[in-house]
Design a protein around this ligand. Structure first.
Ligand code: TYM
Length: 334
């Protein structure tokens, strides 16, 4: 049998996920998992680049593991693990640091945005974030990386570092491709549709969390910013309506054009209600299943343990290869 190609992606357990994370990433993980040897990680080390309350980080890590499972990630078929459990990630990040230049990192959009947002804590980790992400990806000889549009720049860096390393030391890494879904790759805030929907938004009405119940979801969509026009069409000058059309079509798995047609001549009020219902239909069963899984922490610990053991076996093959290529003396004991 032909071996499956490797797919890798990760999510930070930095808070309760939004439907942006779901529509831009998680949903595609589920769709793609069987076609690849899929490896999914909880990027817990990445979260430390902004201040975390330790107890919350632990809680969010369990929450996210349960959410992965509730969204249909099969821990037997795929590999699901926490980044901090496999130390190969930080080991490879160190080596990649030695071929990455500060200028490449300081011009990253996310670094600039987060530096503005966390002025009191512009730490080295925040700048080095994309190098650890490159290590995550390259460790597994990954071919496909499903991500939302906001991570595209980071993926480009991972590709550049792979090519640079290969040129300097000989063929070592696969050069990964990104997978950005057609619909839902950039879900915007409901209150400020020029801004990306984010779990760290101070205004709770701006995002739909995967923990919101149906009433909350409908209420937030009723309040969503639209415009003074009355046409339900996708247009750059109508960011609020365009975002709602994106969310609706992604939830229903239809094209934007089909969604526009469905709401032709309809009022904004009715449209917003329908979008809210479509979202609640997806979020509600996932939330209930997640709660059910969370009640059994031992099971979650078991999933993470198995995942880490399987991930480690693959990851250390790459680390050993890299250490050899750069000239480190291999360990003669174990
Ligand atoms: P994170 O945790 O910020 O987000 C997880 C995934 O959700 C996508 N996403 C969105 N998609 C559409 N609309 C939005 N508003 C939206 N917000 C977030 C993100 O693009 C991402 O795919 N650096 C990564 C985590 C990471 C990673 C990796 C990803 C660490 N190592 C290796 C891929 C491969 C991040 O911060 O994602």
């Amino acid at each position: 049998m032909e071996e499956k190609k490797i797919l890798f992606s990760a999510i930070q357990p930095s808070g309760i996920l939004t439907i942006g994370n779901y529509l831009g990433a998680l949903r595609n993980f589920k769709k793609l998992q069987s076609d690849y040897q899929s490896i999914f990680s909880l990027a817990d080390l990445h979260t430390l680049t902004v201040k975390q309350e330790p107890a919350n980080l632990r809680k969010n890590t369990y929450e996210l593991t349960a959410l992965y499972l509730a969204c249909g990630i099969d821990p037997n078929e795929s590999i699901l693990f926490a980044q901090s459990h496999v130390s190969a990630h930080t080991e490879l990040a160190w080596i990649l640091n030695t071929i990455c230049y500060p200028g490449e990192l300081s011009r990253m959009t996310q670094f600039k945005d987060k530096s503005k947002k966390h002025e009191d804590n512009i730490n080295m980790g925040l700048m080095d974030y994309p190098v650890l992400m490159a290590a995550d990806i390259l460790l597994y000889q990954t071919e496909l990386v499903p991500i939302g549009a906001d991570q595209k720049q980071h993926l480009e860096l991972a590709r550049d570092l792979a090519i640079r390393f290969n040129n300097r030391y000989g063929e070592t890494f696969k050069v990964p491709e990104g997978y950005i879904g057609k619909n839902g790759a950039r879900v915007m805030s409901l209150t400020e549709p020029e801004k990306k929907m984010s779990k760290s938004d101070a205004n709770e009405n701006g995002f739909i969390s995967m923990n919101d119940d149906k009433d909350t979801i409908i209420r937030k969509f009723k309040r969503a910013v639209t415009d003074s026009d009355n046409k339900i069409v996708f247009d750059e000058s109508k960011p609020g309506i365009s975002n709602l059309l994106t969310i609706y079509s992604a939830c229903k798995d239809i094209t934007i054009e089909q969604a526009e047609k469905e709401f032709e001549g309809k009022m904004y009020g009715e449209f917003k209600l329908k979008v809210g219902e479509a979202v609640a239909d997806i979020v509600e069963p996932i939330r209930l299943e997640k709660e059910r899984l969370l009640a059994n922490k031992d099971y979650i610990d078991e999933v993470l343990k198995n995942g880490a053991e399987r991930a480690e076996r693959i990851a250390y093959k790459t680390v050993n290869k890299v250490y050899k290529k750069v000239g480190l003396v291999p360990r003669k004991w174990n």
